[in-house]
Structure formats: structure tokens, C-alpha cells
Design a protein around this ligand. Structure first.
Ligand code: CUA
Length: 311
């Protein structure tokens, strides 16, 4: 069951933010109730009476009250300032000189995910070992995007000109949902993030599987699909390790079948959905940079069979 809420932190980094958010929300709610209550009280208590002439009498200054209503807001703002500083440090601990464990590159409208220490390249689904803090480097291939997985930590922009860094960590195994949170064009809303925190042994198994170079399909629909794939412009954008397709414009498809969704979260990854997507990407995700190739149904199904063989 995927999780996504700012009120349920699953890492100390997110916990610090949730605490501050809750405190600010409570203080804000109390201020709102007190101010609204006083406005209503005074409107009723001192409204203009029938037959009353001119302005009601105004009171003079009252030093005591003035000091109190100045001191309270100053105290509230000062408290929030100190708490914000402490939260900023707790949510974003120093990272001097550390090498990134993970590089996420924003594209219109999907996420490229690279593990520089192993060479794994994938897309849209970020596997991490639960209970471990990883240094995440964020960068963009085109416009500004914004990384945000509320349960795991702070949000941070992905810039085309310079990389930014933050930590990523999940206390417990699970699927944590996020999304791009900086408007980046037509399909901004379909730029979903799925962080999959695996128990450490499962994470290692996942890494081994990702590093495995798939053999060319031996026969059947999948083999024909590999041919159709290689003869069309698919290879101008995508990479499949161990095949002639080595382009880096679109998502790496080497282990597409191991992913839960396609199109950066727009569809569940099933053979039917994959065929629908290949047949007419513009109907599924309008504005996406994947064109419709006007393939026959037989070719579409063959490509889907090929890609679904890439576990
Ligand atoms: Cu990427 Cu919004």
C-alpha cells in the first residue's frame, strides 16, 4: 500500500519537518480562532445601536494592553524562527564532500535515476535500501523540476545549470509516493515519483537483477518485437542494455518489465497498458515527447511482448 502524507514521516529528516509543520499549524489555528473570536465578539458587543448618533466614544491608549499585544506576536515569530533554524539543520544535515549514492535527473516528464557507484540506470522508480541514508543529487535535463516525497524529507528543485543535493532515507520498507512539485509544462501532473524502500537483502537482489544484461529474446513475439523495436525510431530515444538501442533521450528500458508503472506513473505496468501506450502515447499522456509511430496492432503487441520480457 503506497504511502503519501506530510503527517506520517518515515525518516528523521521528514520527522523534523512534520514536527515544525504541526507546531506552526497549531499556533496558526490558535491565532486564527482568537482573532476571529474577538472580531465577532466586538462586532456584536459594540455594534451601532438604534437611535445612536455619530461615533461611539473611543478609549484612550492603554500601555499594558499595548505591551501585551506587541509581545505575544514577537514571541510567536521568534519561537518559529528558532524552530525553523533547528528544523533546517535536522532536515538537511551537512554533506561536505560526500559522493552521491543516487543521481536523479528531471526530464519533461519523467525521472532518470542513476546509481553512480554501480552504474545502474533506471527511470521513475527509485529503489533504496530501508534504514540507510543516501546522498541524492538532483539535476535537470531541461527546465526546473522539483523533487518531493513528503514522507521521506524535504523538497528540492532540480536545476538545469547546477546540481543540488539532499538526503533520502526511509526507516521502513514500503512504497513512498511523490511528485514533481514545480510546474514544468503540459504533463507536470504526470511526473510521479515512486520510492521503493526494500529490506537490505531485497535491495541487493534488485541491484543484481538490474546489473544483469538481458539476452536477446530467442523466438516468438518477443523476438519479433525486438526486431520491430530496432527498425523503428524507438532506438533513437531509448536504451536497452545488450541491444543496439543506446540512446538517452527517453527512459532506459533495459528492465522495464520490473517496474510497477509506465509513463512516469500514468498507467500500471501490464501488457495491455503497455500496448495502449505504444500504440498512441498522445492519447494516454498528451504532450509527451513520445510520438505515435502508427504501428500495426501486430507490431504494437510484438514490441509490448519484447519489453515485457525485459524483467
Ligand atoms: Cu517536472 Cu513539474
Amino acid at each position: 500500500m503506497p504511502i503519501s502524507s506530510v503527517f506520517s514521516p518515515y525518516s528523521p529528516l521528514a520527522g523534523a519537518i512534520t514536527n515544525l509543520f504541526t507546531i506552526a499549524l497549531v499556533i496558526g489555528a490558535v491565532v486564527f480562532l482568537v482573532v476571529t473570536g474577538l472580531v465577532i465578539y466586538f462586532s456584536v458587543r459594540y455594534h451601532r445601536r438604534r437611535g445612536q448618533e455619530g461615533e461611539p466614544p473611543q478609549g484612550g491608549s492603554h500601555r499594558g494592553i499595548e505591551i501585551v499585544w506587541t509581545a505575544i506576536p514577537v514571541l510567536i515569530v521568534a519561537t518559529l524562527f528558532v524552530l525553523s533554524l533547528r528544523t533546517a539543520v535536522a532536515a538537511n544535515p551537512p554533506m561536505a564532500g560526500a559522493q552521491p549514492d543516487l543521481i536523479v535527473i528531471g526530464h519533461q516528464w519523467w525521472w532518470e535515476v542513476r546509481y553512480p557507484k554501480t552504474g545502474i540506470i533506471t527511470a521513475n522508480e527509485v529503489h533504496i535500501p530501508a534504514g540507510q541514508r543516501l546522498l541524492l543529487q538532483l539535476q535537470s535535463a531541461d527546465v526546473i523540476h522539483d523533487w518531493w516525497v513528503p514522507n521521506l524529507g524535504r523538497k528540492l528543485d532540480l536545476n538545469p545549470d547546477f546540481p543540488t543535493q539532499t538526503w533520502i532515507e526511509a526507516d521502513k520498507p514500503g512504497i513512498y509516493l511523490g511528485a514533481c512539485s514545480e510546474y514544468c509544462g503540459a504533463e507536470h501532473a504526470w511526473m510521479r515519483i515512486r520510492v521503493i524502500a526494500d529490506p537490505p537483502d531485497q535491495f541487493n537482489a534488485w541491484q543484481q537483477a538490474q546489473l544483469h544484461v538481458p539476452a536477446a529474446p530467442a523466438g516468438g513475439d518477443a523476438a519479433r518485437g525486438a526486431q520491430v523495436f530496432a527498425q523503428n525510431t524507438c532506438v533513437a530515444c531509448h536504451a536497452v542494455a545488450g541491444s543496439p538501442a543506446q540512446a538517452r533521450v527517453g527512459p532506459d528500458l533495459t528492465h522495464l518489465a520490473s517496474r510497477q508503472t509506465i509513463g512516469a506513473g500514468v498507467l500500471d505496468n501490464s501488457p495491455q497498458n503497455l500496448a495502449r501506450w505504444i500504440k498512441d502515447p498522445q492519447a494516454v499522456k498528451p504532450g509527451s515527447y513520445m510520438p505515435s509511430l502508427h504501428l500495426s496492432d501486430a507490431d504494437v503487441n510484438a514490441i509490448a511482448a519484447y519489453l515485457e520480457s525485459l524483467k
